[in-house]
Design a protein around this ligand. Structure first.
Ligand code: NDP
Length: 334
């Protein structure tokens, strides 16, 4: 099998030299093991954190480790009755075309007739759950709230806008990095207003889009977006701090917003979260999302790169904003 491994810890923006491609011949299956051919592997912003050795909420990758992360594939060889050849499985073995391991490291998921397997890696999986948890459990969104979403045209962001509307938000405002993405937000994803953060200052554009202020901020970006939200919050505003992609490749410490005192004077609540602590909300989310999906009320986009050899390319392009919706690598037909 072909595996993509971490060769060196990146400083600032990763380069192709920080990774290596390794060919591995799998031994015969041991009892209790299965072999899986991947259909899709995920590339995600949190992987940048794991490439560094700073303390974080998931352990760093070791040098020489295959880049671990979400993937979905099909069992092609098995020693385990409950995981027969042909079963579709989700797992965390990451950037490889074929993987062989203990059956307990894979989870069988039902195929959904007519829908691609890839959806389990985003809107019907952790990405969708991230959006749901952030809006409900973290930000306590209420009907009629004005919601501002940064990184709105990405995998999490496209889910946030739609779920906010479905849960009764008032005005939903998104920010993204191109005119095309901004048009998509209002035309396809139900955003009431959207702006291109690269075309003008974030605070001014947010103020124009939210004349009655912001009640809930779902932040994927940090930096100038967080500062703008602090400036435009109504009293009692809540932020779900989900990500801060604007600083993931910074080599220097990044100063915080200059208007932190608004947290005090307006009685704001800013709460960060990582999904691992909120997996108990998965059944509730699955039930709601499955129903919305079946009713045709959920849209999604994927940017798909072909071949495991392009995983690094896909990861770097996702960090630069080439993707609309979820960035994925299609490994092969399974
Ligand atoms: P996306 O699909 O949103 O891809 C990343 C996007 O970030 C790019 O498309 C780009 O879009 C945008 N971006 C890159 N640099 C900047 C910048 N400097 N300023 C503003 N936007 C930028 O990725 P995900 O949906 O997978 O993740 C979104 C966020 O959610 C990330 O911060 C991630 O870390 C976080 N996350 C957190 C989880 C948690 O448990 N807390 C779980 C999952 C994700 P554009 O063209 O608009 O710039």
């Amino acid at each position: 099998s072909t595996q993509i491994r971490l060769a060196a810890r990146p400083t600032g923006w990763p380069t192709h030299d920080d990774f290596e491609t390794v060919e591995v011949v799998h031994p015969d299956l041991a009892p209790g093991q299965v072999r899986v051919r991947n259909a899709f592997v995920s590339v995600d912003p949190y992987m940048r954190g794991r490439m560094s050795d700073a303390r974080s909420y998931v352990a760093p990758y070791g040098i020489g480790d295959t880049i671990a992360g979400g993937a979905i594939g099909r069992v092609v060889e098995s020693t385990v009755d409950e995981m027969p050849v042909g079963a579709v499985v989700l797992h965390q073995h990451g950037w490889t075309d074929t993987v062989q391991d203990e059956a307990a490291t894979f989870r069988v998921v039902p195929e959904i007739p007519g829908l691609p397997l890839s959806l389990r890696l985003h809107i019907l999986g952790m990405t969708g759950l991230t959006a749901y948890v952030g809006l409900t459990a973290i930000a306590g969104m209420k009907e009629g709230d004005t919601v501002f979403v940064s990184g709105a045209a990405g995998a999490v962001g496209t889910a946030v806008g739609q779920i906010a509307k479905l849960l009764g938000a008032g005005r939903v405002i998104g920010s993204a990095g191109s005119a095309e993405k901004v048009a998509l937000l209002t035309d396809k994803y139900g955003y009431d207003a959207a702006f291109d953060y690269k075309s003008g200052d974030v605070r001014g554009q947010l103020a124009a889009a939210a004349p009655e202020g912001v009640d809930v901020f779902f932040d994927n970006v940090g930096g100038d977006h967080l500062e703008a939200a602090l400036a435009e919050f109504n009293d009692g505003g809540r932020a779900a701090l989900c990500g801060a992609i604007s600083v993931y490749n910074s080599t220097e410490s990044v100063p915080g917003p200059g208007n932190m005192s608004n947290i005090i004077t307006r009685g704001l609540t800013l709460q960060g979260f990582t999904l691992g602590s909120w997996l108990h909300l998965a059944p509730e989310f699955q039930e709601k999302m499955t129903a919305w999906f079946a009713e045709g009320r959920i849209a999604y986009d994927e940017t798909v790169y072909e071949g495991i050899d392009r995983a690094v390319h896909a990861f770097l392009d996702m960090m630069r904003g080439v993707n609309t919706g979820k960035m994925l690598v299609r490994v092969g037909e399974v």
